[in-house]
Structures are given as C-alpha cells and as structure tokens.
Design a protein around this ligand. Structure first.
Ligand SMILES: [Zn+2]
Length: 775
C-alpha cells in the first residue's frame, strides 16, 4: 500500500468513528462472545474459525465507540486481514490527532514552533500493538484476543478504565488468518482420531509456515506488509505485545528479559524498558497466583527478522505460553518436566521463581495465562504512560542527534550505494526493503570517496543520523556474532534463530561505509517501487517442466521455493510422495527440486499418528525413481540437507566432509560465507555478485570423489570464509565445495551445500538455481 493511502486509511477510520459516535444512543448492545462462538472462549477442544473471529471484531466495532475494526487487505489465500483499535471513545474519535502527536514524539524534526515537547508528552497516549497467533499451531492467541477485546469494550473496573484512558491498543487478531482455518479445519477433521492434536500435514502459511515470523526486514509476505505499512509505519508503537506458545515440557510461560546476545544496534533504552516491563508482568502474574514463569530463557535479542519493533522504538514483550496438543488437554506430571534453555522447571531460581506443580494443562489454561500476561502489561503501560512517552521522545531525539553513545565499534556516518551495480533489480529491491522499514534514503550531491574509491554524485546515501539509522546499520553491516558456549570447553550455545542479516551480501549489492563526516546529500527520495522480478529464459516463458517435491512432513524451505518461483513467474508442479513414486518421471519433468529437508523426513514422511493416505514418505522406492530420472536425462536440484539425501539415494561420487564432525569443531547455524565461483560452469553463468556469498545453515560441505562431480563453488582455501554471522572451525571447510554439478547417465544432480533461496532473500544466489534449471 502507498503511504498516501495509508494516511487516508487512518483518517477514514477516525472519521467513521466520529460518525458512529454521533449515533451513540442508537447503538446495539455489546455482542455476547460466548453466544456468537457457540462455546466459551478457551473451552477444551473448541477453536473459533476465522469467520467467527472476524464477525466478533466487526460486531464489537458496530456496538462500541471504544472499538474500531478495519480490514487492512486480503491475505495470501484471500481472507480479510484485520486490525482493531481499542481506547476511550474520545480517543477513538480523534485517532488522527493522537497519531500526529505520536509522530512528533517519534521524530523531533516534525515538531513545529507551536509544539512543546512537554505538551506532546502530556497529551499523547501510550500506543500498544498486540500481535496474536502469527504461528497458527499456537492456537491460544485466537481466543486470547477475543477475551481481551471483550473485557476492554466492557471496561467495568477502574483498572480497565485507566487502560482505556492512557493507552491506544491496536490488536492484530491473527497475523496469519489463513492459518487459523488451515489448522482449525485440520483439528476439527481429526477430533476423536489418533491424529487429534497433531499439526496439519501442510505449511500453515501458504509460503512460509513458521518462518512467517522471520520476515520483518525482507517484507516478502502481504501479511507482514499490512502490519508494517498500516500499523508500524503509521503508529510506531511504544510497546509490542507478541503472543506466542512454546513446547509443553518446561515452564508455563516465558516473559522477557531475553537471553544474550543483544544485537548492538538496538537502543539500550528498549532493552532496559523491556526488561523492566517483563519483570513487572512476572511480578503481577505471580501475585495473581500463576506459577511456572521463566525469564531470561530460551529467546535471544539478536535479529531484526523477528524483532521489527526493537529497531523502531517499540519495547518487545514476547510471551511464550506452554502448548497443549492444539486445543486438546495434556497431562504433564512434575517428574516429566525438564529444563528450558536458561532454567530448570524443577528448581526455583531467580529467573524461575515459582514452580508449576505439573498436572493437567488445557486450552483454557493457555488462554488464561496469555490474558493475564497481556492484562498485566496493559495495566503497567497505562500507569507509566508518561515514563514511556518520555523514553520514546528521548530515543527519537538521540537518533537524529549525534552518534549513539552505545555499542563497542564506532558508527559510520553513512552508507553509500552506487547506482551502477552488477544487479540493478537486486539494488532496487534493497532500497525498497530499507524504505519499507522507514529508512530515509537520499542521493549524494557530490562525489564520495571511500577507501580510495570514488562514488559519483547521485549515488544513494543512507545517513545514520535519522530516526531509524540503527535499523539501517544492522541490515547494511556485517554481523559479528559473539562466540558463546554452554560452558567453558562445552558445545556452542545455539542461537534462537540465525546469526546474519546483511542485505548487501544476501542481495549481491555493493555498499560502502563512510566513516567521519557524512557526505553531502539531498532530501529523502520518494519511495521506490518493488522491482519486477525476471529470470531470463524462465519467467513467464519457460519451456522447462519443473517439479518441486512437497513432503507431508512439511518443509518451510519448500514453501519458500514456491514463493520465489511464483514471484519470478516460473511455472512448476508440486510433487507429493505418490506423484514421485508413480515413477516414469522423465516423461513428465525436465527438472525436479528437493528443497531443504532431512533425509529422514524425505524417506519416512509424517509420524504413524497421521492418516494412512499421508504416510510413507519416499521410502526406498524414491531412490530408484529419482536415479532413473537423472539417468534418463533429468536434472535434480537438492538444497542443503536434501543434498545428503541425494548423495545417498543416487549413490553420487561426493562426500560430505562434515558428517560426524562435532559442533565444538564446526558450527555455522545461519551465516553468510564467502565462496569462489567458477563462472565458466553452466550452472554459474549468470552469477553477478561482486562478493560471492552463500547462506550457510547447518548444511553439508562437499568433496568430489570422481571427476564426474564438478565443483561450481568452493570455500576459500586458506582464509576464513566467514563474512557475516558466526562460524566455528573454518578450517573444516577451507577448500571444500559448496556447490557441485554431478553428471550421471544422461542427466545431472546439482548439490547445494547452502540455501540458495533462503527465506526469499538472496537475490545473489538465485542465478545458481536458474543456471541449474537451464543447464
Ligand atoms: Zn511462535
């Protein structure tokens, strides 16, 4: 959505509220939630459908002047994506006024002579964004939002009235509405069968599955875009309450503080305010009689991919409540409780102050914990409104002021990005991504010289002195992930997710950091459009018949593969086990892709609790049909772990040198590594990046054992391949192959020791996919 229409959305919203207020006496009574659902929210074995959720928030909008519900757009599969604002009726009627105050607090450059900082703080509201159930098997959030909205709309207590008076709450009832029905329909269809409570045999987001919460800087999915464009960009909330669930065998809920490491570009005000608020929530929950609350556990504070607000002035309160089996209760005796990361659920410690005694754990318990934690957050945020707004204003003032007084390394003054680049589309995409995250991009008004290289006037310039300079810096620089170990001499302490997010390396764009004085530059340039993506010889016009393997043991990498192919308009067919096992594949396909998945998952598929029609995987016969396919002239592409499967299944003359290597000796859990590319190879003929780099994530590294296996990309022979993130034991892969092209019979198997289409991000390695398809 364009910025102008976004502002219009907010204005229209406010205007509609005014109209509704004028008719206040004729309002319908508040809807009865239980009647609308047909069951009590949180009742065992009952999940609302997305239509029921939409109907309730819509009815609440009609009935209450405190509630404003809007559809922000259509989801990937066509469902309405909702946001609901809740506050005092007078605030809802004047949302645009409060949004203007919020913007002036956020960015001191927007304040006019008549704006007193003190008055803005006095008049402003503490804005809280509540994002629910982005992960659709974490089903508590579907009902938790309903219960909270109902309680706020009724606001019968002084505490509730204080929340409405001091805060603006913005609910995203589900960050993935499609998943509410994908999971809910599966759950209802399996009730009373052995599969009751299992995850659906498909991704719960059409393209991303669980990775939908790793999209907060690439903005590949429309759902991410709605929340960023229509909520974050317009409001930049002070606090984000992100409601999740975790495994069920340790604590009952996680509340911040987070574990180390802390990403160095996050304003420390946010780290400390998140810590303080998290502990306050914990305090209140314990006083309310809740048990099993863990702090400083499991979740770290590293990546913008899932912590957008941490780079945009918002304290991030992630809560992770223990799961049941979807809405089916479980029994967890105390003796079966184990350790979470950073605590032991059988020991009292400072960060796990009260034991959960074990026992029955129901869907209602999940909803109750989530509601209690959110309510505690709302109460504290309302009470401390002034402190939150003062901090918020302070962060804005120092972001546009002198260089930030935190971190270890000196900040550059700016980044310069020449317009003449090896890949113009990737460059445009990077500018689009940065602007989408509210980064101001300018153009230099004179040539800029960095390290002896001169960039012409008119190059893109991204000064660090701007409201979200730290966000831009985190995406443009190379990450130095700390060497963390479980204990001295012990294994590496695994990061919660991955360790790198350097856009210039992922996209293959040349960027230079300017130290010292910022280059002269003009005003921020208007928003660029997302580029049209095109793979020559494949997009729209491909004659190649491409199959993409789709396991019922769902693989996020498979979804991302489809996403990239759809984005590039390259036709393909999804191949389930039965399609593969039907054999005679060469008569139907020229190319088959097996996305990243463990060999075990590919061979065995889903567990025995699933219906017979879904079980089995590729089994032993898979190896036979795929060998035949390649022998007869087909091209097989195997990504990351699937390459190990292909080596075994096709008996390829390639060895994975990392088999059996301990994590103490080699570890790279999501990092960007440098490679040397043999551009004379057909697979690499359209590769363009100046700094060849691959996304390495617990993948294999190859050594050919026969000349029929040709190396297309290899890690450098002597220098450390690490460019961004974390790598232990670089010598284990020095000189080893990252990409090999193996001739077999009339065909080829192309093995990738990395993820060439990682989360829809690395434009730089997409040509290695196109080259393999067209070889
Ligand atoms: Zn989650």
């Amino acid at each position: 959505m364009r910025a102008s229409s976004l502002v219009r959305l907010a204005v229209t919203a406010a205007a509609t509220a005014v109209t509704l207020n004028a008719q206040a006496p004729a309002r319908t009574p508040l809807p009865n939630l239980e009647q609308m659902l047909g069951f009590k929210p949180g009742a065992d074995r009952h999940l609302p459908s997305w239509k029921q959720v939409v109907d309730y928030y819509t009815a609440l909008d009609k009935a209450s002047p405190r509630v404003l519900t809007r559809v922000l757009g259509k989801t990937t599969l066509g469902r309405p994506f909702l946001a609901t604002f809740i506050s005092d009726s007078s605030t809802i009627a004047n949302l645009e006024r409060y949004r203007t105050i919020q913007k002036k607090l956020m960015d001191p450059r927007l304040r006019t002579a008549g704006d007193s900082r003190e008055k803005l703080i006095e008049d402003g509201k503490n804005v809280i964004l509540i994002t629910l159930s982005i992960h659709s098997t974490e089903v508590g959030g579907w009902s938790t939002g309903l219960v909270l909205a109902d309680r706020l709309a009724r606001a019968e207590t002084p505490e509730a009235k204080s929340i409405l008076a001091n805060t603006i709450l913005i609910f995203v009832p589900s960050q993935n509405p499609d998943g509410v029905d994908i999971v809910g329909d599966w759950y209802r269809s399996t009730l009373g069968t052995p599969a009751e409570g299992t995850n659906p045999p498909e991704l719960y987001h059409h393209y991303t599955g669980h990775d939908n919460n790793r999209d907060w800087y690439a903005f590949t999915q429309v759902e991410t875009q709605y929340t960023v464009d229509s909520l974050y960009t317009l409001w930049d909330p002070e606090i984000v309450n992100d409601v999740h669930q975790q495994g069920g065998n340790a604590g009952r809920i996680f509340v911040p503080p987070y574990m180390d490491p802390v990403e160095p570009n996050i304003d420390p005000i946010l780290t400390s305010s998140t810590n303080a608020l998290g502990l306050e929530i914990t305090w209140r929950m314990i006083a309310d009689g809740k048990t099993g609350i863990a702090n400083n556990a499991s979740y770290d504070q590293w990546s913008p991919a899932r912590q957008y607000s941490y780079y945009h002035r918002g304290a991030r309160i992630l809560t992770e409540t223990a799961s049941a089996r979807l809405a089916t209760a479980v029994d967890v005796p105390f003796e079966r409780l184990g350790t979470g990361r950073g605590y032991d659920a059988r020991e009292v410690t400072w960060n796990y102050p009260v034991l959960w005694p074990g026992g029955h754990w129901t869907y209602g318990d999940i909803v109750d914990y989530q509601v209690t934690a959110s309510w505690a957050l709302f109460v504290a945020a309302a009470r401390d409104r002034r402190a939150w707004l003062e901090s918020y204003a302070k962060m804005g003032e120092r972001a546009v002021g002198t260089m930030p007084p935190w971190g270890r390394d000196a900040w550059p003054a700016a980044y310069v990005i020449p317009k003449s680049q090896p890949d113009a589309v990737a460059t445009q995409r990077m500018i689009w991504m940065l602007q989408h995250g509210q980064v101001e991009v300018r153009e230099s008004t004179a040539p800029v010289t960095v390290d002896g290289k001169t960039y012409p006037a008119g190059s893109y310039v991204i000064p660090m002195q701007q409201p979200y300079g730290g966000y831009a810096k985190s995406l443009l620089e190379r990450q130095k992930y700390p060497n963390l170990f479980e204990y001295p001499g012990g294994p590496p302490k695994r990061p919660y997710d991955v360790t790198a997010h350097t856009l210039p390396l992922l996209l293959g764009v040349d960027v230079a950091a300017v130290m010292g004085a910022a280059p002269a530059a003009g005003a921020p340039i208007p928003a660029v459009k997302q580029p049209a993506y095109n793979a020559p010889g494949l997009s729209g016009t491909s004659t190649k018949r491409i199959g993409i393997y789709k396991s019922y043991a769902e693989s996020m990498d498979e979804g991302w593969t489809r996403y990239v192919f759809d984005t590039y308009r390259i036709p393909y067919t999804s191949l389930h086990d039965k399609d593969m096992l039907a054999g005679n594949l060469k008569s139907k396909f020229d190319v088959i892709i097996i996305p990243d998945q463990s060999g075990n998952g590919i061979i065995r598929g889903v567990s025995p609790t699933y219906p017979d029609s879904l079980r089995g995987g590729l089994g032993e016969k898979g190896a036979t049909v795929l060998s035949e396919f390649v022998e007869q002239g087909g091209t097989l592409l195997a990504f990351n772990e699937a390459a190990n499967y292909a080596i075994d299944a096709l008996k390829l003359p390639v060895r994975n040198v990392l088999v059996g290597v301990r994590q103490n000796d080699f570890y790279a859990p999501g990092s960007i590594l440098s490679v040397e590319i043999d551009r004379s190879q057909p697979v690499a003929k359209s590769f363009t990046a100046t700094v060849p780099a691959v996304w390495f994530e617990n993948g294999p590294a190859f050594e050919p054992t026969d000349p029929s296996a040709v190396v297309v990309a290899r890690y450098p022979t002597s220098v450390n391949p690490l460019l961004s993130g974390w790598l232990l034991g670089p010598e284990k892969i020095n000189g080893k192959a990252a990409l090999v092209d193996v001739a077999k019979g009339k065909g080829h198997a192309i093995l990738y020791g990395f993820r060439p289409q990682y989360r829809g991000q690395p434009n730089s390695t997409y040509p290695l996919i196109w080259g393999a398809i067209l070889r």
